[in-house]
Design a protein around this ligand. Structure first.
Ligand code: IMP
Length: 195
């Protein structure tokens, strides 16, 4: 079964392919109209994206809504991560707001909500989180979005920014890696139950 991934974000798409293809889940993109993200939670927005893609293509679709939540900013930018400032200024805005704060006060996590919607109305949802802290300046060239300012506290990526980590290191601990692996497990059970 093929799934449409409801995203225009090339960074996310790369990770979807990297994580789901080895698990036997085939993903494709389509020219999709971007729906308005009117939800107040990651889960609501993931559903909105998936449902819009399903309605447009008629194919099972997967939506991802994700973002960076900074403890010292009461969880900002959170669901507004993609709209926190103009393109190119989002990381600087976070760094500026944390200026002068010591490492122990710079805690942060990424969250990722996945929602898959099938033409018959069934849905599969999954969530993943990953923990770390905000760097004092951007580090590394890989990844996308806030990756250069997020220093992982976990596993193979520990002590590296997500932009310094290899794709494999990031996926092994990332919010999206965790959410997509959980989704793939649930999908397997769902498909088995339908046999
Ligand atoms: P949305 O889910 O399309 O609304 O956008 C989420 C935004 O959060 C992205 O545009 C990125 O700025 C940020 N984000 C989500 N996941 C990651 C990640 O894995 N690395 C870096 N930034 C991320």
């Amino acid at each position: 079964m093929k799934f449409i991934v409801a995203t225009h974000n090339q960074g996310k798409l790369r990770e979807f392919r990297r994580i789901l293809t080895p698990l036997g889940v085939e993903v494709e993109t389509a020219e999709l109209t971007e729906p308005e993200e009117t939800g107040t939670t990651f889960a609501e927005n993931a559903y909105i994206k998936a449902k819009a893609a399903l309605d447009e293509t008629g194919l099972p679709a997967i939506g991802d809504d994700s973002g960076l939540c900074v403890d010292a900013l009461n969880g900002e930018p959170g669901v507004y991560s993609a709209r926190y400032a103009e393109v190119g200024k989002r990381r600087l805005k976070v760094l500026g707001k944390l200026e002068g704060l010591p490492e122990e006060a710079r805690g942060a996590h990424f969250t990722c909500s996945i929602c898959c919607v099938f033409p018959n109305g069934d849905t599969i949802t999954a969530e993943g989180m990953t923990f770390g802290h905000i760097a004092h300046e951007s580090r590394g060239e890989n990844g996308f979005g806030y990756d250069p300012i997020f220093i992982s506290d976990e596993g193979a990526a520990k002590g590296k920014s997500f932009a310094e980590a290899t794709g494999e290191e990031k996926d092994s601990v990332s919010h999206r890696g965790r959410a997509l692996r959980s989704f793939a497990e649930k999908l397997e059970s769902y498909l088995k139950a339908k046999e």
